[in-house]
Each structure stands twice: as structure tokens, then as C-alpha cells.
Write a protein that binds this ligand. Structure first.
Ligand code: CA
Length: 240
């Protein structure tokens, strides 16, 4: 019986593909590789992997097309791997349904952390709809979702309603990037106007002042420039 999670890598750059394959095989993943989009799509439909690592710049098609096609029938986690640093492209990939992205060059630990987070998030969605960890913890920060309490070194931090909503949304998605649009839709609803971008930024600045010892060098919530925000993964969730 093979219980190793299966990962399909779709990447035309041999050296990067080999690096990922070696790393993941050493960490108990079963790995299949494809160097073109067509090859990748047929592997996906025949093997139904647990996760896809996808390069956007493929020789025969745009990786965005693969995301769109897979999302028509499956919510399997997709992490985009790209040398391109264009924020617009990352946002487009996320909007089309990819779960996260990683920018080349990246190291082993970053790659493994992204995969672990995406797999766990997917399991939570499938296994216990709507149920997430009751408490978030990372270093000195604790969030008790049931009691709506935010503690820093055991001292209660007072957040406004909106600030609490933002922090708990980010914490429940710890380790994953959330785009500005995604956050705005979740906090202010789908009919929010563009001013909310500014309101979001102001609220995030307030949150940082309350949570971070040095807001210029955050420990808990990171800005992904031009894309959105990413909160540290809860240490509780990561132990599992
Ligand atoms: Ca490429």
C-alpha cells in the first residue's frame, strides 16, 4: 500500500524540475514530472495527484490554462512555480484558483512549507467542512477564535471589529497568501468599492502597530508586495 502523497511537477526547466523531484522524493512524496502542459494535463487526469507544482511559462501553453482546466473538475491544491516576478501574474493565477505561489529561486524549506500548508488546508476543507483549529499560536501571539481573544505574551490586545475579522481571516489561512481582493470580498462583501483597498491598508497598519514589536520587520503578518498578505502558519496546526 502506498500512502505517500503524490505530487505532479509540471516544469520545463530541467534543473529546477530535478531539484524539486530530488527534494520531494527525499521527503517521502511520490513524484511524477511533466515538461509540457499537455503531458501535465494527461498525467493529472490519469493519476489524480494530491498536489500540483506548476510552472506558468511552459513551451506549449500558459500555466494559467492548466489551472482553469483543472478547476473545472477538481479543487486539488495547485502551487505555481514561476521565475516571473510580475505581481499581476501571481494575482491572476490566484484568482484563477491556484492555492499559492513560490518564486524562483527558492530553497528546500520554503518549498516544503508551501506544500505542507496547501495539503493541510485542502484536508481541512474536505475532512471537516468549516472546522479549523480552535486556537492559533505563533511565538508570543495566540488567537482564541471561540472567545474572540487576541493575546500577545498572555496580555489581551484590543482590536476593533474589522481588525479582528482581518486577523482571524489571515490566521485561519496561516501560511497562505491571500490577495487584496480576496480579503476585501471576505470582510466587506462582493460589492465593496475600490476605496476598500485604502481602508484595508490603514487597518493592516493599525493591526501591525498593535501586534508587531517592530512593524517594519514583522514577525506575524507579511506583505506580499502587489499581491496581498500572508500570516505565519500556526504552530499548532504545523505540529500535526
Ligand atoms: Ca518555464
Amino acid at each position: 500500500m502506498n500512502l505517500k502523497p503524490t505530487i505532479i511537477i509540471i516544469e520545463d526547466e530541467k534543473s529546477i524540475c530535478n531539484f524539486m523531484e530530488t527534494t520531494l522524493t527525499a521527503h517521502e512524496y511520490k513524484v511524477l514530472t511533466a515538461s509540457t502542459g499537455q503531458e501535465g494535463l494527461s498525467l493529472i487526469t490519469s493519476c489524480f495527484p494530491d498536489l500540483i507544482l506548476l510552472d506558468l511559462g511552459l513551451p506549449d501553453m500558459d500555466g494559467i490554462e492548466i489551472i482553469k482546466q483543472v478547476r473545472e473538475w477538481s479543487m486539488m491544491p495547485i502551487i505555481v512555480i514561476s521565475a516571473r516576478t510580475h505581481e499581476q501574474e501571481k494575482v491572476l493565477a490566484l484568482d484563477c484558483g491556484c492555492d499559492d505561489y513560490i518564486t524562483k529561486p527558492f530553497g528546500t524549506s520554503e518549498l516544503l512549507a508551501r506544500i505542507r500548508t496547501a495539503l493541510r488546508h485542502h484536508q481541512q476543507l474536505g475532512g471537516s467542512m468549516g472546522k479549523s483549529e480552535p486556537v492559533y499560536t505563533f511565538e508570543d501571539l495566540t488567537i482564541d477564535f471561540a472567545r474572540r481573544l487576541v493575546l500577545l505574551k498572555d496580555k489581551e490586545i484590543h482590536l476593533t471589529q474589522i481588525e479582528y475579522k482581518l486577523v482571524s481571516l489571515l490566521a485561519k489561512n496561516g501560511g497562505r497568501v491571500l490577495t487584496y481582493d480576496y480579503i476585501i470580498n471576505h470582510i466587506w462583501g462582493p460589492y465593496a468599492d475600490n476605496n476598500n483597498n485604502q481602508i484595508l491598508r490603514v487597518n493592516m497598519a493599525h493591526i501591525r502597530r498593535k501586534l508587531e514589536a517592530n512593524p517594519a520587520e514583522p514577525r506575524y503578518i507579511f506583505t506580499e508586495i502587489g499581491v496581498g498578505y500572508r500570516m505565519r502558519e500556526s504552530q499548532r496546526g504545523a505540529e500535526k
